[in-house]
Design a binder for this molecule. Structure first.
Ligand SMILES: [Fe+2]
Length: 198
């Protein structure tokens, strides 16, 4: 959901996912699709929340989880105020790919207020494995070392440039956080958020 770029809302995202599920079922592919959205930081979020237009990722400790995306170039002034407002509504933001944000690449201090507020972090698995360059990799490793990372995700876009691949990132992360924690990041916590055990 990105105003001016991707005019998505809960209803059309759910319809597209249902359509995709139907095709999978018709082909006999045993895959269950759940949908959500990466929500670009924008003042429109305020009305989307009220109008129940956001497909949340699921729940974390009783709160709804919203996948929040900052612009790649910077962390906007006032973003912490929006996060505080979301938390007050019982919505816990999970920040998407913080390791690639230019401000956060320059200084990890830019992320600190959001971690202190209680944001969850979703790092792209490929970034840990080095697919997004050495700077994003160094930042991803830094975030893992600090114990700030909640989950690793594929951020898959397609089968070529951005395939749905987690394992190289999980293996690289395991060297920093250990085998057990790496599995929590790709399997247990995502399962908990979407409300399915194991
Ligand atoms: Fe993104």
């Amino acid at each position: 959901m990105h105003p001016g770029r991707y005019a998505n809302r809960a209803a059309n995202i759910r319809a597209a996912a249902a359509n995709f599920q139907q095709s999978l079922d018709a082909e006999g592919i045993a895959l269950k699709i759940l949908c959500s959205a990466e929500v670009r930081l924008d003042h429109e979020i305020l009305s989307w929340v009220g109008e129940e237009q956001i497909p949340y990722l699921g729940h974390w400790q009783g709160e709804r989880v919203m996948l929040l995306e900052f612009p790649h170039s910077h962390v906007p002034v006032g973003a912490d105020k929006l996060v505080a407002w979301l938390l007050k509504q019982g919505i816990r933001p999970m920040i998407a790919h913080p390791e690639r944000n230019k401000d956060i690449l320059r200084s990890i201090d830019k992320l600190l207020p959001f971690v202190r507020l209680g944001c969850l972090l979703q790092v792209t698995a490929g970034a840990v494995a080095g697919s997004f360059g050495e700077y994003a990799q160094a930042r991803a490793v830094d975030l893992l070392s600090r114990g700030w990372v909640t989950i690793l995700a594929s951020d898959a876009h397609n089968m070529e440039a951005r395939p749905p691949e987690l394992e190289p990132g999980r293996v690289a992360a395991a060297k920093i956080v250990g085998e057990e924690e790496s599995w929590k990041m790709v399997r247990d916590r995502p399962a908990e958020i979407i409300g399915s055990i194991g």
